[in-house]
Design a protein around this ligand. Structure first.
Ligand code: SF4
Ligand code: SF4
Length: 215
């Protein structure tokens, strides 16, 4: 899931500027879970914008604004309300925001309602955890299914560094050193030979941006 945080209202108002009529697009997937672009969040944003003198001409919450087929249907359904607006404000991740721009087929400025933070796992307490950076060359098979690229602040492929202290990370002492976690996991699995094996540098061409894929 893509983790987002709503931007501050003051910042959003600066983006909108002098225009008064705004159409809002939310997101029925990740941004609903993050409480940044779901129905309740959009309604709260509408109240806040109206209190600042803006008129919201309508809103729509596509199930996944990052998917062209889904966002197009919603934008078409709301064509009139969008036409009567001066701008479109999107509460979704960077993918959703750009997808709205790519599929709007109307000359309206698109404003950014959220900051996109990371790709996150959701734990049982609903906390969002960064566990994968989509490096395109996965090493989990060698590391006890624990990602050092993402969970070590230095992204070390051969750790731990000299800074770990009693199993804690030198960068953030509240966090476990991921390489100690990897060691313990591989030991448990009787695979310490993988820990001793020097991992070669990653093939960074696999994460050269922008990436695309057709299936
Ligand atoms: S190594 Fe880590 S960042 Fe790379 S694909 Fe695997 S989990 Fe994701
Ligand atoms: S202490 Fe461990 S997790 Fe922290 S930077 Fe060093 S190797 Fe990475």
């Amino acid at each position: 899931m893509i983790i987002t945080r709503q931007k501050d209202l003051k910042e959003i108002l600066k983006f909108i500027g002098a225009g008064t009529r705004v159409f809002i697009v939310g997101c029925g997937e990740c941004s609903t879970t993050c409480k940044t672009g779901g129905e309740d969040d959009v309604k709260k944003a509408i109240k806040a914008l109206e209190a600042e003198g803006k008129t919201v001409t309508g809103y729509s919450i596509p199930s996944a604004p990052c998917v062209a087929a889904k966002v197009k249907v919603e934008l078409t359904k709301n064509r009139k309300a969008i036409e009567s607006s001066e701008a479109v404000l999107v509460f979704a991740c960077g993918l959703g925001i750009q997808s709205v721009k790519d599929n709007l087929r109307l000359d309206r400025p698109i404003h950014t309602g959220c900051d996109t933070l990371f790709m996150g796992q959701v734990d049982s307490k609903n906390a969002f955890l960064e566990r994968c950076s989509a490096c395109g060359d996965c090493v989990l098979e060698l590391t006890g299914t624990i990602c050092p690229v993402t969970r070590c602040p230095k992204s070390l492929l051969n750790g731990p560094c000299g800074g770990q202290d009693k199993g804690k990370c030198e960068v953030d002492k509240d966090k476990d050193c991921v390489w100690i976690l990897i060691y313990n996991e591989l030991k448990k699995q009787d695979k310490l030979h993988l820990f001793r094996q020097t991992k070669p540098p990653k093939d960074n061409s696999k994460s050269a941006k922008p990436r695309s894929l057709s299936v």
